[in-house]
Write a protein that binds this ligand. Sequence first.
Ligand code: DP6
Length: 361
Amino acid sequence: MTETDFVPETLTSDISFGKVTWKAPSNIALVKYWGKLPGQIPANASVSFTLEDSATITTLTYRKLGKEQNDFSFDIFLDDIPVPEFIPKIRTFLGRIERYLPFIKEYHLEIKTTNSFPHSSGIASSASGMAALALCLMEIERRINPELTKLYFETKASFLARLGSGSACRSINGEIVQWGKHPGINSGSDLYGTPYPHKVHAVFKDYQDTILLVHQGQKQVSSTVGHQLMNGHIFAGQRFKQAAQNIEELKQIFETGDLNSFIQVVESEALTLHAMMMTSIPYFVLMKPNTFKIIEKIWEFRKKTALHPCFTLDAGANVHVLYPFKEKEEVMAFIRDELVEYCEDGLFIQDRLGNGAIKIE
Ligand code: DP6
């Protein structure tokens, strides 16, 4: 689908009031999106695991205004408390999507959102948050045009979510989601995420993700700033090529269930992401000493046991430990005995592969 497919024919709405709730999950990238072109177009394709329990629940109440306003009319609450610091991001988002949902200025929007993980945990809520909001807004369009197909609804929700936060487009539908054009993956689009279309071995179906909270609190560098630092980065060209190659390799790995190769691609991607941050100008290090301790422990454990936990990182110090369900008992014992001591306040989040967003009736 192209951008113009998302511009609706009906430009106005006569619906006066409505309320809708969606729960959208977070996701963790295996091949990372780091670097973008104008219009939230990724510099390289990415692939992620959708999470099950780390999620945002958003309730949108929309009330028709007397007459269309010049500006967007909305209130935003986190855990029932107004969050003025979210206003600029939401306003930018609404500005970007207005062309595709031209009726939003006709409504006052009350956005009430809550995360299943603590806001201060350092777990990015922008992916799940923007996905949940995009889905809620799509409900207004579905009420105006009940004929919308499920595929169109989900694709456009992903398209809109991307305009809020790139990685949010991977939080709509599917256990494994791809985003970005790539010659080796069918149906890949820069405009929206789609469920991974190729064969996936059973070992990946119930993959686990234990998120070790090494450092809670606000991110030192926002990912938007991080992406910008890839413009003119001396290693950018090589990095984008490497990401494309890793996507190609993952295709084979997903098909065969080759866990050792999976580990190599995933850990290399995580370290490369941080290497890009360390070699940009300005440079920065988001890992903490305890991040390294955990990585070393995971490597030691793998050598000792021949089991398959591996780590990945997002743009922060927390560590996602990924492993197959059949190794859960041993890996969880290892996490409790040897890794939890490196977590701030001993905190971790137990999660696993999920299916995508759900509407809450
Ligand atoms: C390191 O999607 O948060 O988590 O598009 O600027 O909102 P914006 O960036 P964002 O970047 C995510 C970066 C990452 C890697 C990934 O999720 O692919």
